[in-house]
Design a protein around this ligand. Sequence first.
Ligand code: PBG
Length: 326
Amino acid sequence: MLHLPRRPRRNRRTAAIREMTQETTLSLSNLIFPMFVLEGSNVKSEVKSMPGIYRFSLDTLLEEIREVTDLGIQAICLFPNYPEEKKDKRGTESYREGTLYLNALNEIKNKFPDLTLMTDIAMDPYSSDGHDGYVENGEIVNDISVEILGKMALAQAKAGADILGPSDMMDGRVGYVRGLLDAEGYTNVSIMSYTAKYASAFYGPFRDALDSAPRFGDKKTYQMSPANAREALVEAQLDFDEGADFLMVKPAIPYLDIIKLLHDNFDIPVAAYNVSGEYAMIKAAAQNGWIEGERAMLESLMSIRRAGAKAILTYFAKEFALAQNG
Ligand code: PBG
């Protein structure tokens, strides 16, 4: 017999003790469900690289939102898919009145006033260049982009958004958007800034869903290098000072250290985006019978919470809700 005064296994001995000593919890209230809207009616089209995730026309989207809110989901983030002919260099469709996206936000807010409605601010769904900012001579021009993003932000606030999510990574956009919102009386509209958004291979399936892949080059002049962590602190300090309400890290699983870094250094809530590629990997392996999908999902989401994220944007939200209800 070993003489061991401390045996950690005692605290793992029964289910009740394990639950009593559980350090991190995960609940549906932590999750934000990203959803996709496209033109037309009676459309529900599956994203090939994201099994179980669909693009909806507004009518079917409203039915789906009814279903997911009935399951207990309290927050969604909406993204639009626009046809090529609606796109231009300045992404003007992003702030013109009565567009697909703004109209959808409006209808959702009217029908589901208690649902937390998050939006995306970036030019890529509307840009003929497929970039998040304005392109001139092959370069993404920061300050002109910020001006366009500001118009988009105001239009989304007017349409009923609760939380705006600038995902563009331009410099100075959080402060600029905060200033515009406040000047127009939208002091209650929050900003969840994509603070440390990395130039990642894990966005591939999302770009399929939106048909929004960049038409040339990549996003490395505005999204961060996967090699950098200290730079995330610079971005976080700026977003904090500019008035962000949440600091987001994206993707999530490959960047748990960054989530923890921001959590340990800032006193506002940290969010994480468990992105399309992270979802696709688990789905693909599960469909092949190579891993247990549901357990892998729960473990992933728990690890993101453990690293310090309060809010998690995840395509697993509905599945998590179903698992809880079931
Ligand atoms: C666009 C945007 C992207 C995502 C959210 N907003 C893609 C990109 O930057 O190319 C990715 C989300 C995902 O992969 O699930 N500004």
